[in-house]
Design a protein around this ligand. Sequence first.
Ligand code: ACM
Length: 767
Amino acid sequence: MNFVRLVFCVALSGIASIAWATAAPTSLTPLPAQLDQADGSFQVDEKTPIVVADNDASTRHTADYLAELIGRTRGLHLHVTTGVATAGAIVLQRDPRATVANSEGYSLDVTPQGIRITARDDAGLFHGAITLWQLLTPDAQQGTVLMPALHIRDEPRFVWRGLMLDSVRHFQSVAEVEQLLDQMAQHKLNVFHWHLTDDQGWRIQIKRYPELTRIGAWRTPPDAGHEGEPATYGGFYTQDQIRQIVAYAAARYITVVPEIDMPGHAQAAVAAYPQIGVTGKRPSVSVDWGVNPYLYNADDATFGFVDNVLDEVMALFPSRYIHVGGDEAVKDQWHASPAVQAKMHALGVKDEDALQGWFIDRVGKYLASHGRRLIGWDEILDGGVQADAAVMSWRGSDGAVKAAQQGHDVVLSPAPGLYFDQLQSDRTDEIAGRIPVQDLASVYAFEPVPKELDAAQAKHVLGAQANVWTEHMPTMGHVEHAVFPRLDALSEVDWSAAKSRDWHGFLARLPAQFARYRAQGIGYADSAFAPEVGVDRNAALASGTAQVSLSDQVGAGALHYTLDGSVPDLHSPLYHAPFSAKLPVTVRAATFAVDGSLLASPHQRVVDQASLLSLGGNEMPNCPGSDFRLRVQPMPDATSLAPVYSINVFDSCQLYPATRMDGVVAIHVDAVRLERNYALAHDAKLVVSRPRSTPFGELVVHQDRCDGQVLATLPLPNPDQAGRSFALDASLPAQHGEHALCLIFTAPIDGPLYAMARIALLPTGTK
Ligand code: ACM
């Protein structure tokens, strides 16, 4: 049955009763496996009890959870009772003979007599309760709901529906982690992969090794204590807090898989206990994002440490899988160590990758002897790994293909596709993150089963997972912006049947999801829908009239706009096609869904001569030849969402696009000095060093090309004396017609990085 089409018809046809008027009542995300509409309806109001039919603690817990969630987000306060199912009630029942056999599956029936959720297992009943909550919150309005009769049978496509949170690069409180777990539960995700150790911090209390958190949990950021950067940064979770989080997750049918990264990403551990490192030296806890050199040693004493740590980890986390990392271990320290080389010789392993294979295998056997299973990033395949290890494919999907062909179970979490630290738009107001952009549509289009796999191999695909790396996410506000609504797309990838994937149906269901976010204070991103005001700059400069076009990333909403700075609403003009507007003009636009709800609040652009002659640094592309790019905060731990600056750690060079230069006499640059806290490992040799003529380097402005005529050289101030943000000004020689500019920082590559907040070209007469 084409149930997707059915859902869409229900949403648009208005055949249902009047209580459906404001939104599609079947705005379910993820889409259930089967949904059939039936005749009649059932009214839920404050008198409707939630009845726990089997009087069991888990079912009661699910009923209480449902009642609390409905009360908090819908303003409907329902009472939970235990006993015989009656008419006029919401009944939750676990039934070993329930028709949906999958332990996470359920059926949900709305009839004129009441509502019944049935499942064989607790997890299924819980997922059914979440579906009912979504049915009751099509628009998160308050009060009575008249629910259309329907029948849902539902079960997940994959068993591993994951989200990884990096609590190392930036630390989240217990309450913040719990808030994320709540959202995972609402999206029917069931694996919380918790990245707890790395070069920049050790975040899990290990009682046998107190230095791991006394020393390893804290770092001294670059420029600590200045201009808002904290003097120390860090934190850790006590074992009690971890038990609390594991229990919180379990109550939502989420398994917490801890990651203790080894043999690389070990600098914080080595900072705490240098004797488990290779060099014997004590590094500081790293403040550099990227790939740091510190590795665990491969001797018996280090394995004693690893085993003891894993003992405490296993005692805290009941998960069958324990993640041991394995990623990005540059082997220089092993290569340079006579002791490690002697060990390799004694073991008869041919190179350092094979030694990592032996290392991981040893850890895997230890886990197996305790009834656990190892999972690691796809590098664990490079040195060979035992058959029962599971592989998390992050370097694209190749690792998944190779692993599944070798018979390993695999989880797909490829970069950049499912890395939620990638930007989700290239809008100027987008927050910090990496390029390339991974937008909502691309996450929605992700297919977890690589097409290279045959049917038997495909059975090894456990599911897909998104990763939230937090180098550039110092607060939960950053995390929420990065995660929502891309998590909706992921939930559908992981839960819903492949054949039901329907981008437009998904978009039609998002306004209800946004309303649920608003009801819970979740700071979701409107990047997919935010209006973009486009203007042909040169034509407007020449004619004094702007040709204005409006767009948004997905192109699914209705864009309403004003030209007088007032707030656009549904009565404001609806955008159809580019229009002319005389300069100066303030274009303000907002995006609305078909049901009239707001998809993106107003964004505005002032179009006048000054704005047409200026650009934000985030709008200027890299120079040819180096496409690495990050948007970063002013300081590594700055906590606000804005401002952000675009940098290329390999080559500080950006292009200002061809612009009518007639009458331009000067350039003004708002610049910023940033920390160069990036560990590039073997890629460090790719950083471009440029000759300079003054002590701290300059910003050099070339005409048209990066080897073109030098139009201006603006010396950079002494970093010890200037504030982080500073202005640079220079006059420019007269130019005619359109010219591009190439702007290059020549600052020493062992000193700070520089970025441009804004460039303004100044015509005659401006001060
Ligand atoms: C990874 O992104 N290093 C797994």
